[in-house]
Design a protein. Structure first.
Lengths: 294, 238
């Protein structure tokens, strides 16, 4: 009991951070599922959402800035795909990946140019950032609302993909572009929709994630982006439930390690996990075996 | 009989290689027309260029008098033309039922009547409607690929080697279905290497060799032609 009460704060923080990683990881895994592309710019789109909030909050009240951030982030995600990936649709996969790395640096450097490189103070969101006490643990409310919110969003997303016509088209397109086109599916719209959903979830994740931090820097998206990517690989890239479960496992493990007093090693753990997964189970927990039927 | 599809001087090139060299042919409403020829004759390229999966280098594709060349695939199929691709290409991660729903992707009306229709043509698919398409046998996948194409209510259905890789008995089944679909009013353009079966089923046929149409006639005429018998039907000249 004593052990539990000592570790409860870390466990709670872990579940919460895991949920935030999950929202980013879904963007990675969905884009991979349809384009077989690791969208390296995704973490930076997440960072952009944070920065836009910083600037929006100085002008507008929260109830306007939150939807504004979501809309602008979605537009950035959409534009990145149209400008940097769509023209390379028939190019080798490596070219698209390099383009993604280029977009990542472009966004980081744009942010550097705009902010001057200084960490920008993230606004305290009312209600979400309030300090509360749960089970004797003092924390921000965001810690408590993240897990149910993530689960709700994931349920909606899984419903969209498995029960609606457009979700069916997404699954069909993820297997076979040409045949999907023969069915009359507009491939480019389906791909755009994937980026829109991914960016939307990244924007929601940014509110939750940055509420725990004081500032947003131009590279603030790199680390959570990388960890979400590891989570997506761990869960089996291409699989949405896999990405979510992977993200929760990584978030919880990291914070338990911090709780044990090994804070220095918490990041190392995540990447060591990536190496182990790639060696022993390259397809991840829920990944499909890569069978290319001819 | 009115022409439903008219191909004029169509050519297709991959890089510097001319796969189709200015061919012309037509398909009349209600017919089964077959394109036969050896590997690499340009049959698949012809079908793929009609639906815009490869961009033709020249010529024109008229469907009910409307020029389709240059349109995107999704806009071509909207006109009531569909292709059952080579190698079946069913969506293995979707169920049989979902595959059929995808076939009807462009339709907004009620699908029940057409579902009943394709299930009556392929009772096996009804039994397996909740099964993932990847678990079906090759023959069943071919049935599904045809059924999926029918769900779009096409005026013209093009099939690329539907008998490929199937057991003889199953091939017979596929050709029975082709005749049955045609009898119910769908025009069919069939590409086959199995010239024997194709010519038996077809009203008219065209023979393709290295990107050109070298011969044409009714199915019966072609299957009785000495050269064709020697080249494609495995029967020696007397």
């Amino acid at each position: 009991m004593d052990w539990l009460s000592r570790n409860l704060p870390y466990l709670m923080a872990g579940i919460s951070v895991g949920g935030q990683y999950a929202l980013i990881a879904i963007g990675y895994t969905m884009v991979y599922g349809i384009l077989r592309l690791i969208n390296f710019a995704h973490g930076d789109i997440f960072m952009c959402a944070g920065l836009i909030m910083v600037y929006a909050a100085t002008v507008f009240p929260v109830y306007i800035s939150i939807p504004l951030v979501i809309v602008v982030t979605v537009l950035i995600g959409f534009a990145v795909e149209r400008v940097a990936y769509k023209p390379l649709r028939t190019a080798p996969r490596m070219s698209v990946m390099i383009s993604a790395i280029g977009v990542s640096y472009l966004l980081q450097n744009l942010a550097l140019y705009i902010t001057g490189g200084l960490a920008q103070q993230y606004p305290a969101l009312p209600w979400i950032s309030d300090v509360i006490t749960v089970l004797g643990v003092t924390t921000k409310r965001v810690t408590v609302i993240t897990p149910p919110l993530v689960i709700l969003l994931v349920i909606v997303l899984v419903f969209l993909i498995h029960k609606t016509k457009v979700g069916m088209a997404m699954r069909a397109a993820s297997k076979d572009f040409e045949t999907s086109q023969l069915m009359g599916i507009k491939i480019n719209s389906v791909i755009s929709l994937t980026f829109i959903i991914g960016s939307f979830l990244a924007a929601v994740g940014s509110f939750l994630y940055f509420s725990n931090y004081t500032g947003v820097t131009p590279t603030a998206g790199a680390m959570p982006g990388l960890k979400a990517f590891v989570a997506a690989v761990f869960g089996g890239i291409g699989s949405i439930p896999g990405a979510v479960i992977g993200a929760f496992i990584i978030g919880i493990s990291e914070n338990i390690i911090k709780g044990l007093g090994w804070t220095t090693f918490s990041d190392a753990f995540t990447f060591a996990l990536l190496i182990v997964v790639l060696i022993f189970k390259p397809t991840g927990l829920f990944g499909e075996a890569a069978t290319d039927k001819v | 009989m009115s022409k439903i599809l008219e191909i004029k001087d169509l050519s297709v090139a991959y890089g510097g290689i001319q796969a189709v060299r200015g061919i012309s042919f037509e398909v009349n409403e209600g017919e089964i027309v077959t394109l036969i020829g050896a590997n690499g004759a340009g049959k698949s390229s012809t079908l793929r260029s009609i639906v815009g999966l490869v961009k033709p280098a020249g010529g024109s594709v008229l469907f009910q008098g409307k020029e389709l060349r240059g349109l995107a695939t999704e806009n071509i199929v909207k006109n009531g033309i569909t292709l059952v691709p080579e190698g079946r290409r069913v969506f293995v991660n979707l169920t049989v039922f979902e595959n059929l729903r995808m076939g009807a992707y462009m339709r907004k009306d009620n699908l029940d009547a057409d579902l009943d229709w394709v299930y009556s043509l392929f009772p096996r698919l009804k039994e397996r409607s909740w099964q993932s398409a990847g678990t079906l046998s090759g023959g069943e996948q071919q049935m599904l690929a045809i059924a999926r194409a029918l769900m779009s209510k096409p005026k013209l259905i093009m099939m690329d080697e539907p008998s490929l890789g199937l057991a003889p008995l199953v091939v017979q089944g596929v050709f029975d279905i082709i005749s049955e679909i045609n009898r119910q009013g769908v025009t069919i353009l069939l590409v086959e290497q199995n010239a024997n079966m194709a010519l038996k089923a077809a009203d008219r046929g065209y023979v393709m060799e290295t990107g050109r149409i070298t011969m044409t006639g009714t199915g019966k005429e072609l299957s009785e032609n000495e050269e064709i018998r020697a080249a494609y039907l495995g029967k020696s000249k007397k």
